[in-house]
Design a protein around this ligand. Structure first.
Ligand code: GLA
Length: 418
């Protein structure tokens, strides 16, 4: 966890952590660089990526740091300070296991990255030594996408591979998503990769799937100071492939299948007019009420998205917050992707003056909720959560955490060692 006074708050502190890990793993950092990858906070449309909607989000200052260097051999040698018990991952680049046969640990990510690069026709001849450390809470802030992007960009760099010819950085997004979909087995969409790869300090990233374009949108001038809060419930979220996420994904596809012929749509995101929405409901509400609920969330969240973007551009943080709250209520009641601990967090912080909006984050079931708040509400929020969350969920009294985040760049190269 990153808190004031914690070593990850300073560059020297991070370097010291990485140096300690390198010593522990018997890895040299001579000539190594540090690549830092952020977490992300989505402001809309949550669960829109696999439904074809526009997306908007920011990079947040919980990170993964990786010190890495080419090692002159054909081996990948990596050590994670978050999973020290897994020891040193040491594998030859020509012996990368096929999907499904890698050990069930974090090593699936570097193995998956190497596998995906080779599968895409890139020659991997240069091995890499690396040590990693991260303070991104699990479930909701895209730890896995941050790790995948960091490994992918760094392994490509030591092998002099240009991942984005013609400056088409969406190719990097696609490669990172393929690692998770095809090697890890997670059915994730591309929201997390987009929001981390393109994140810029003080800006939101707006993605339009119609032409796969990225636009950076500064927060409007005169916006009040605010904080982005992550409310980590302390629960462990299993992979998306083992959670409600997979069911919702399948339900949305089923609804598209039902609507395709009579209404001519290919994604739920294409339902943009009240007339079309009402016609679909009229046809399916009796036979498929739960699928209509999923559509109801996507339909209204898309309408709110336009208002949210407008409010962001004008610096109207209060409206951004109230839309965040409305999304959360519909994610809870219509999309039904939240979880009891996530909702306890929301119910607690919703009572506090200066909390502008709150909802579950990311994949769902477990993990973290989030809130947008005025700075003066932070102390009351921390106190309320400390009292009420631990009373409601004593099992997580020692593992929950409140993180107050800032908007930051997504991928950054930091000074390393001579
Ligand atoms: C997870 C997935 C993303 C996205 C979000 C929900 O974070 O990895 O692709 O679907 O859930 O918005």
């Amino acid at each position: 966890m990153s808190v004031p006074g914690h070593p990850t708050q300073t560059h020297t502190g991070v370097r010291e952590i990485l140096e300690g890990l390198a010593k522990q793993a018997g890895i040299s950092l001579s000539g190594a660089k540090i690549r830092r990858s952020s977490s992300r906070f989505c402001l809309g449309v949550e669960h829109g990526d696999y439904n074809g909607t526009e997306l908007f989000g920011v990079g947040t200052d919980r990170f993964i740091w990786m010190a890495f260097r080419p090692n002159g051999t054909n081996r990948l040698r990596l050590f994670s300070g978050n999973f020290p018990k897994d020891g040193l991952i040491d594998v030859a680049l020509d012996e990368i296991p096929e999907p499904g046969s890698a050990p069930d640990s974090w090593c699936r990510f570097p193995l998956g990255v190497a596998w995906q690069l080779k599968r895409s026709g890139f020659a991997l001849t240069q091995g890499m030594d690396a040590v990693l450390y991260g303070d991104i809470p699990g479930g909701g802030m895209s730890r896995s996408a941050s790790l995948t992007l960091n490994l992918l960009i760094s392994l490509a760099e030591v092998n002099s591979i240009n991942l984005a010819p013609d400056n088409n950085e969406m190719r990097i997004v696609d490669l990172a998503q393929a690692v998770e979909n095809d090697y890890i087995g997670s059915p994730c969409g591309n929201l997390d990769q987009i929001m981390i790869l393109f994140a810029r300090e003080g800006m939101g990233t707006h993605y339009n799937p119609a032409n796969r374009s990225i636009r950076h949108v500064p927060l409007g001038e005169g916006a009040v100071d605010f904080r982005i809060i992550s409310l980590d419930t302390g629960t462990m979220r299993p992979g998306l492939e083992k959670s409600t996420y997979k069911i919702r994904h399948a339900e949305c596809r089923e609804m598209v299948g039902l609507c395709h012929q009579p209404f001519g749509i290919n994604t739920l995101g294409e339902v943009r007019t009240e007339e079309l929405y009402r016609s679909i409901l009229a046809k399916f509400i009796a036979s498929h009420p739960h699928l209509c609920d999923r559509l109801t969330y996507i339909y209204h969240a898309q309408q709110r998205f336009a208002q949210m973007l407008d409010a962001w551009t004008k610096g109207d943080v209060a409206t951004v917050g109230s839309i965040f709250r409305a999304d959360g209520i519909s994610l809870r009641d219509d999309y039904q992707i939240s979880g009891k601990e996530l909702e306890t967090m929301c119910d607690i912080v919703r009572t506090i003056p200066g909390v502008l909006g709150e909802r579950m984050l990311g994949g769902g079931d477990k993990g973290a909720s989030g809130a947008l708040i005025l700075p003066e509400a932070e102390e009351a929020l921390r106190k309320a959560v400390a009292t009420a969350y631990t009373r409601s969920h004593p099992d997580f009294a020692d593992s929950y955490a409140v993180h107050s985040c800032r908007m930051v760049d997504g991928i950054t190269l930091l000074p390393g060692w001579e």
